[in-house]
Design a protein around this ligand. Structure first.
Ligand code: IPM
Ligand code: MN
Length: 343
């Protein structure tokens, strides 16, 4: 039976890149039924509702969600973001956020040292807890006595399951990243669960780094990394850094998944790119590679590999948008990848 994919392009650049991802999936021969939903800032401003109940019930039923980017300067970022992307991550319990970074062409690396460029790593970001849960408050708001509290929520189960997942997908080594020297309560739990997991996986290499040192090492020599497992905020920050190591925000994909239920939401790491959106120049590769992660998650390994191969070939040939040194428009870049899959 054909899979049912819920499509949420949402805002800005998301509206431009998601159709290219669908174009490529079709060219790859994916037997999917795509259903697009009108979840975006315009609808939110009109109705005051981020995701209407009838749409939510469809999203819950879908085999996967293909997502663009969310955000708009006209709406209160926090309410709208929390009501769309964070709600889906939390309520669908998509606790693993996979953010691979692989250099497809040497010219895209910002590093001067040639021997340090060939990055091929995976950030495994905890996606349902940490500083993102929205607990806390602002007291005496707007006065010079104001106090703002943002709670960092870490649970035994949440920390255990994300570290366990990292060990499951490691090829060479797992590096756990935290800030346990300064944030001793959350860090203490991460350290305890980390040590237990390391003891359970004697055959996998394991190393711990503090997040500041990890940021430094990622720039100094990213080739040393295989799998990095970390909390929600550090994973968010480090995955922008790793995106830049492979050619920039336009190219980096991500998968938000629950490996136990099989649910998944697939989105490029980039946001709505208000500075360049709407001119047909945004890079669709991040969205296309996210679609490739989706088909892999749905069990079509060969198709995922074919899409990745087509992307790599297009990038190497210079058939890409200007952020990667090409001259193509968003749609032409999608065509360049799709053509390679049809031939
Ligand atoms: C990302 C984004 C989101 C995040 C924002 C839009 C809430 O930056 O997916 O990396 O911080 O997780
Ligand atoms: Mn981010």
């Amino acid at each position: 039976m054909s899979k049912h994919i819920a499509v949420l392009p949402c805002d800005g650049a998301g509206k431009e890149v998601v159709p290219e991802a669908i174009k490529v999936l079709r060219a790859a021969g994916a037997d999917f039924e795509f259903e697009e939903f009108d979840v975006n800032a315009d609808a939110y401003m009109r109705t005051g509702v981020a995701i209407p109940d009838e749409v939510w019930s469809q999203l819950v039923k879908a085999d996967s969600i293909l997502f663009g980017a969310v955000g708009d300067p006209r709406v209160s970022e926090s309410d709208y973001l929390a009501g769309v992307l964070l709600r889906m991550r939390f309520e669908l319990d998509l606790y693993v956020n996979l953010r691979p970074a692989k250099l497809y062409d040497d010219r895209l690396s910002p590093l001067r040292r040639e021997d340090k460029r060939a990055v091929d790593l995976l950030v495994v970001r905890e996606n349902t807890e940490g500083l993102y849960v929205g607990m806390g408050g602002r007291f005496k708001k707007g006065t010079d006595q104001e106090v703002a509290i943002q709670e960092d929520l870490n649970t035994f189960i949440g920390v255990t399951r994300i570290i366990e997942y990292a060990f499951e997908v490691a090829r060479k080594e797992v590096v756990m990243v935290d800030k346990s020297n300064a944030m001793t309560y959350a860090g203490g739990l991460w350290q305890a669960r980390w040590k237990a997991a390391v003891a359970e996986h004697p055959n996998v290499k394991a190393r711990h780094l503090l997040v500041d040192a990890a940021a430094m090492q990622l720039v100094k020599d990213p080739t040393q990394f295989d799998v990095i497992v970390t909390g929600n905020l550090f994973g968010d920050i480090l995955s922008d850094l790793t995106a830049e190591l492979i050619g920039g925000m336009g190219i980096a994909p991500s998968a938000n998944i629950n490996p136990r239920t099989g649910r998944g939401l697939f989105e490029p790491v980039h946001g709505t790119a208000p500075d360049i959106a709407g001119r047909g120049i945004v890079n669709p590769i991040g969205a296309i590679l996210s679609a490739s992660m989706m088909v892999r998650h749905l069990g079509h390994t060969d198709m995922a590999q074919a899409i990745e191969g087509a992307v790599e070939s297009a990038i190497r040939a210079g058939d890409c948008t200007r952020d990667l040194g090409g001259t193509l428009s968003t749609a032409e870049c999608g065509d360049a990848v799709a053509r390679r899959l049809r031939d």
